[in-house]
Design a protein around this ligand. Structure first.
Ligand code: CP
Ligand code: NVA
Length: 307
């Protein structure tokens, strides 16, 4: 059966743990796993900018014995209005999998519905599930565990990273807290879905507006840009989100050895201070490296499920 990874809850708790274990194994033996040998081609399409996602998928597909085909989707016929479904059918006849960074979640759902090969969400407006796999791998490396740990995300609680922390963190049995002001709180449907998952895994989810309360005792503090790709109301966002800046004073409320995450790119002096992102709590470079290992493991898992 063709499996897709369009949002974090497309993996069950057991499958998420399996992918993370495989990611650790692939990190230890980088060139020892070749499920894409042939080489099989994987199409990696971008409707938005990218550094990490582009590099880590291209490198990871090559590591797995495959061949990456990286395309700016705007320069394909999709950019001139060819239907997503027709593109999915054409790609499915030739490539082993499709990875796509795009805008609305409904676009990648349309691609998956018409594709007969695995489709992977490389970021949409709603979710960034590949990033969360890398983040979970990073947390596990630093702490030895996921279930039972508390993770606080501060900032735009309605963006793709916040939504993916809710679903992915709940799947891992974590206690996920979103600290965001009114108007920037998570989508209620996603919060509900995360709560349902957490009830099964022993985790919990909550959204609050007091930044110090959100951070209190947390083992992991995460943030993201206040202005995501495609958003324009920059000044308004900065004014509303300034009290949620991850800074040394706020970190004092967290667990003493708290791990600080940021998916990058970071804007020092806005969502996080230079002192914190460049300081001893920060795990952001491991996090960026782990995109490679986690996505390789995900692709191997999806290829295996499809065979
Ligand atoms: N974190 C992340 O997805 O980075 P890019 O936008 O550079 O791919
Ligand atoms: N929330 C950010 C993440 C970038 C990797 C964005 O969508 O632009």
């Amino acid at each position: 059966m063709t499996r897709h990874f369009l949002r974090d809850d497309d993996l069950s708790p057991a499958e998420q743990a399996q992918v993370l274990d495989l990611a650790d194994a692939m990190k230890k033996d980088r060139f020892g796993h070749r499920p894409l040998a042939g080489p099989q081609t994987v199409a990696v399409l971008f409707d938005k900018h990218s550094t990490r996602t582009r590099i880590s998928f291209a490198t990871g597909i090559a590591d797995l014995g495959g061949q990456p085909l990286v395309i700016d989707a705007g320069s394909s016929q999709m950019g001139r209005g060819e239907p997503i479904e027709d593109t999915a059918r054409v790609l499915s006849r030739q490539v082993a999998a499709v990875v796509w960074r795009t805008y609305g979640q409904e676009r990648i759902e349309a691609m998956a519905a018409a594709a007969t090969v695995p489709v992977v969400n490389a970021l949409t407006d709603a979710f960034h599930p590949c990033q969360i796999l890398a983040d979970l791998q990073t947390i596990r490396e630093r702490t030895g565990a996921l279930a039972g740990l508390s993770l606080t995300y501060l900032g735009d609680g309605a963006n793709n990273m916040a939504h993916s922390y809710l679903l992915g963190g709940a799947t891992a049995g974590m206690h996920v807290r979103i600290g965001a002001p009114p108007g920037y709180q998570p989508d209620a449907l996603i919060l509900d879905k995360a709560a349902t998952i957490a009830a099964r895994t022993g985790g919990s989810v909550v959204a609050v507006s007091d930044p110090a309360a959100a951070v209190r005792g947390a083992h992991v503090i995460a943030t993201d840009t206040w202005v995501s790709m495609g958003q324009e109301d920059k000044d308004e966002r900065i004014a509303a989100l300034m009290p949620y800046q991850v800074c040394a004073e706020l970190l004092e409320h967290a667990a003493p050895d708290a791990v600080v995450l940021h998916c990058l790119p970071a804007y020092r002096g806005l969502e996080i201070t230079a002192e914190v992102i460049d300081g001893p709590h920060s795990a952001v470079w491991d996090q960026a490296e782990n995109r490679l290992h986690a996505q390789k493991a995900l692709l191997a898992f999806l290829m295996e499920s499809a065979s």
